[in-house]
Each structure stands twice: as C-alpha cells, then as structure tokens.
Ligand binder design. Structure first.
Ligand code: B12
Ligand code: SF4
Length: 469
C-alpha cells in the first residue's frame, strides 16, 4: 500500500516567536530558499516510513512548513496514495485540520489518518474535530500501523475510529518494547539543506537526531512524555551512528531522549564505545541535574559530548514542588557546577507563568538563571499540554488561550497572579538580562575554536539583536 505522511501547512514565520522577536525580517521573498532554523523533520514519521518500507509498503513524507497548498495537492495527485497521514503537535493541530480538510475537498475518496502528540493526548476530541479524519493513532504507532494496514476493518488496539456518528469502542495498546527491532528512521525523506538546528544544538554540521531510549519515569505535571521507559542496545545505537556518518557525513548528533542519564550502566557503556571508536563527532543530550556524577560526566566528555540540556524550570522551590519536578534548587546548582567542572556546557530551560506564580517569583527565577554558570538559557511560558495534569488543572481558567498558542514564547496560559503584558515583559526581560551581558559574550567568544562555531555564535548574536525591547 502507498502512504503519504504530511505535517500541517504553515507559514514558516509562524515558527518564530511573536512575543520575543520584532516583526518579520525583510526576507519574505527568500524564505523558501533558506534553511529553517530550529526546524527539524518529525523523527516519529521517519520511523514509521522505515517500518512501512521494510514491510513492503511505499511511503514518503512532505513537510507542510516547506510546501504550499498547490504543491501539496499536486504531489498527492502525482503520488496517488491510498492513505494520507497527518502528524501534529497541539500547537499546529488547527492548521493540521485545515490541511486535511483541504485535501478531503480535493480528493473526496482519499483516506486520512492522524497521529502525533495531539492526537495521542486527545484521540476522541481529535476524531470529533473533523469529519475528514478516518482513523486516529494513539501513541507510538510502529506496530499498530502495520496491523491496521493488514486489516483496516478490524478493531486494532491503539486506533480510534468512527462508527456512524459515534466513536467506535477502542482500547489502548502498550508502546513497542523492543526498540532494537525497529529500523533506523528513514532520513532519505527530507532535504537536509532545508533543516538547520538552532545555534544551541550544534558545533559542527551536518546534524541529525538520535534516540537511545524512549520514555521517562518522572512525573512532572507539565510534561507529556511516555512513562514507559525503554532503551535500545548500545550496539544498535553505535550501528546507527556509524551508518549516518558513513552515508550522510553526519558530524553532530542531538540525543532527543527525554533524559539520557537515567540508566547509569547504559550511558557509561555507550560513552565507552564511542570513546573507543574515536569518531570525529560531537553530541549533546537532555539530562536531569540529579542524575549526574563525576564519572558519568567525564565519560560523556571523553565520548564527544559538549552540552547537556537541563529542565531547571523555576528558581522557587515551592513551584518546583507544585510541578512535581522532584528536584531541588541545590541539586540544580550542584548539577550545573559538576557539568562545568567536567568541561561540558550546561543549558538551562526555565518556565515563567506557572500557576500561582507572582511577578516577583518569576523575577527570582530570572535571577537564579543569572546566578548559575550556564552557557545558554531558554525561558518559555508554561504550556499546558493536553494529556498533562497541568492541562486538566488550568483548561477552564480564563488565562488559558487554547491549543494554537501552545509553543515556546507564545502565551498559551497566563496565571491569575499576573497579567498577559507582565508575562510577556518578564519573558523579554529574561532573555535580555541573560544574553545582553558583555561578560557573557566575552566568555562565549573564548570558547570558539572553529569557523562553524564562530558562525553559530554570530547567528546567536543576530537573534539577540532581533529581540524586542
Ligand atoms: C524532539 C522533539 C522536538 C524537536 C524535533 C521535533 C521533530 N520534528 O521531530 C524540536 C526541538 C524541533 C521540537 C519542536 C517542538 N516541540 Co517537541 N518534542 C520533541 C520530543 C522530545 C521527541 C519527539 C520524538 O521524535 N519522539 C519520538 C517518536 C518516536 O515519537 P513521536 O514523535 O510521538 O511519533 C510517534 C507517534 O506519535 C506516532 N505518530 C506520530 N505522527 C504520526 C502520524 C501518523 C499518521 C500516525 C499514524 C502516527 C504518528 O508514531 C510515531 C512513531 O512511534 C517530544 C517528547 C516526546 N517524548 O515525544 C517533544 C514534544 C513532541 N514537543 C512538544 C512541543 C510542544 C514542541 C513545540 C511546539 C515547541 C515549540 N518550539 O514551541 C515545537 C513544535 C514542533 C512542530 N513542528 O510541531 C510537545 C508536544 C506536546 C503537545 N501535546 O503538543 C512534546 C510532547 C514535549 C512536551 N513538552 O511534552 N520538538
Ligand atoms: S520534564 Fe523531563 S524529567 Fe520531567 S517527566 Fe518530562 S522528560 Fe521526564
């Protein structure tokens, strides 16, 4: 069978933050020719395509951010798929629905399925959102999709369908357990030239992402991660690194695992294998500050790691506790200190606009970020994602603006304790105070060793210049 996967048709400038950056830079005419900073292909879809091809199906992917309505419709007419599959986060869900309705009008007989984080969090609502949707996939779909294509009329766990005007009874399904049985994501599906990671994610290029594990055991109330933790074998990960290096010349990897350090023997083993292989690559990963020690950090450094990204969230302990982060301010100080001591860079991500947070408390978070020896910091408003405890808590509040605003630096939610203008201004203040510091740029300049690194710092500086006052 032939399937075409798409992401919602959106204007690339929607990826920029209206709260933080000044209007459109005067580059409109060239936007379709430039790489999209920070934009990444949907690796979940690339996994599905690899699985489908291995099973004898045909599949390809078109990125709605890099395509126009007319190009998409032409591509569908030429490729003539049996199914179109939309992948979407909550942020672009409405744009995704508009996209599939456009497709349904042009091709009334075409079948349409949806998946991704929004559909997984709110499957029945998603199905009700558009009569154009024939099936909703909940969670990781490598197994359910193959079963579904083999018997589209059967009830398959993890797939939600319509029965007349109602939702057909459905059951959830466990996520795939044996990640080593999955093929590598099909990276032939996207033009690498059009994707460039944000300056915080590479020191060398070309870049790609890797997943050593899926899921996270922690229960932060704002996070929509799968709680079922599964690891790939170290051999399997090494094989993917070698293959991407050999076939695509990749020199920089981001591990998108939720927390790469949760299984200590695994990360030590992976680092040792990378060190022995002496690969000319660099990498960075997400971690928790409380899962670190000197031995693990030294092993990471020796294996080519240069940065760890930590969710530090707040500089006020009572808010960390309310978010069920299970982390202390002291652990944050210690984790960042140890990271620096090991010669790695630390990036901290913080949230402003937490329920019940006052503007003064948000300022304490900004001061906390400035106190820590962080190489980079990201500040976003708290985003109540469907499927999280925070979403259930605030969805009825007047401060919740709806799905369309669920992305970093827009204001999806404003707590009762501050105004919208105050929150926007706090976010801008946070970025300005962190990045507009001569001492900060002096310390950054001293780390530059290569031309690529110099160019990425220049790109960072251009962002700072475009920050709104
Ligand atoms: C890596 C990552 C990114 C990367 C790359 C994203 C990408 N294009 O792959 C970057 C940094 C660019 C990014 C950006 C954003 N992200 Co992000 N990201 C992730 C992360 C950590 C991993 C995603 C991933 O690849 N997972 C692994 C694969 C295997 O799983 P998967 O993507 O869910 O795909 C599986 C299923 O969903 C399903 N599936 C997916 N699509 C489809 C389609 C069909 C037809 C079918 C049948 C099945 C199906 O099958 C796939 C294979 O099993 C997740 C957290 C997480 N644990 O998933 C957050 C996550 C997806 N991101 C999130 C958000 C909010 C964003 C942003 C909006 C943030 C922002 N910048 O404002 C943007 C939006 C990007 C976009 N275009 O929509 C939220 C989404 C929550 C929500 N309900 O919407 C998540 C869940 C994290 C969280 N905070 O809780 N993200
Ligand atoms: S925020 Fe991080 S530590 Fe918390 S549940 Fe999500 S991935 Fe895990």
């Amino acid at each position: 069978m032939r399937l075409l996967f798409i992401t919602p048709l959106i204007d690339p400038w929607e990826l920029k933050s209206p709260v933080l950056t000044r209007g459109r830079p005067p580059l409109g005419l060239f936007v379709k020719m430039l790489p999209l900073t920070g934009h990444q292909p949907p690796y979940g879809v690339l996994y599905l395509i690899a699985v489908l091809k291995r099973a004898g199906h045909e599949a390809r992917f078109i990125d709605g951010t890099l395509t126009t309505h007319d190009e998409l419709l032409r591509a569908i007419a030429e490729y003539a798929p049996a199914w179109v599959g939309l992948s979407s986060t909550s942020r672009y869900w409405r744009a995704g629905v508009a996209t599939i309705e456009l497709i349904r009008r042009a091709f009334p007989a075409l079948k349409i399925m949806v998946g991704g984080s929004h559909a997984s969090a709110l499957p029945e609502e998603a199905l009700a959102d558009s009569p154009a949707i024939d099936a909703v996939f909940v969670g990781e779909a490598e197994e359910s999709l193959l079963e579904f294509l083999a018997a589209p009329e059967k009830a398959i766990p993890g797939v939600v369908r319509r029965a007349n005007d109602a939702v057909h009874p459905w059951t959830p399904r466990p996520s795939p357990q044996r990640l080593d049985d999955l093929p590598f994501p099909d990276r032939s599906q996207y033009p690498p030239r059009r994707y460039r990671p944000s300056p915080l994610f590479y020191k060398r290029l070309p870049h790609t992402a890797l997943f050593g594990s899926r899921g996270c055991p922690y229960g932060c109330s704002f996070c929509h991660s799968n709680r079922d933790v599964r690891f790939r074998g170290v051999d399997h990960v090494m094989e993917e690194i070698r293959a991407t290096q050999r076939d695509l010349g990749i020199r920089e990897y981001t591990f998108y695992d939720e927390t790469i350090t949760i299984r200590r023997p695994w990360i030590l083993d992976l680092c040792e294998r990378m060190r022995q292989a002496a690969l000319p690559i660099g990498w960075s990963a997400n971690a928790r500050v409380d899962g670190l020690d000197r031995e693990v950090l030294a092993a990471m450094k020796a294996a080519g790691c240069w940065k760890l990204l930590f969710g530090l969230e707040s500089g006020v302990q009572k808010h960390l506790d309310a978010l069920c982060k299970g982390q202390t301010l002291e652990a944050a100080r210690e984790g960042v200190r140890l990271t620096n001591e090991a010669g790695l860079e630390a990036e901290g991500c913080f949230m402003l606009g937490i329920p019940d947070e006052t503007p003064d408390e948000a300022r304490r978070t900004i001061r906390f970020a400035l106190e820590l020896p962080l190489a980079y910091a990201g500040f976003s408003n708290l985003m109540p994602f469907p499927g999280t405890a925070i979403f259930e808590r605030v969805r009825g509040e007047p401060g919740f603006q709806g799905y369309d605003h669920l992305h970093f630096q827009d204001l999806a939610y404003v707590p009762r304790t501050m105004t919208r203008d105050q929150l926007a201004s706090l976010l801008r203040t946070a970025y300005r105070r962190f990045y507009v510091r001569p001492s900060y740029w002096w310390s950054r300049l001293r780390t530059i060793r290569t031309l690529t690194d110099a160019v990425r710092h220049l790109r960072g500086l251009i962002y700072v210049a475009f920050l709104r006052r």
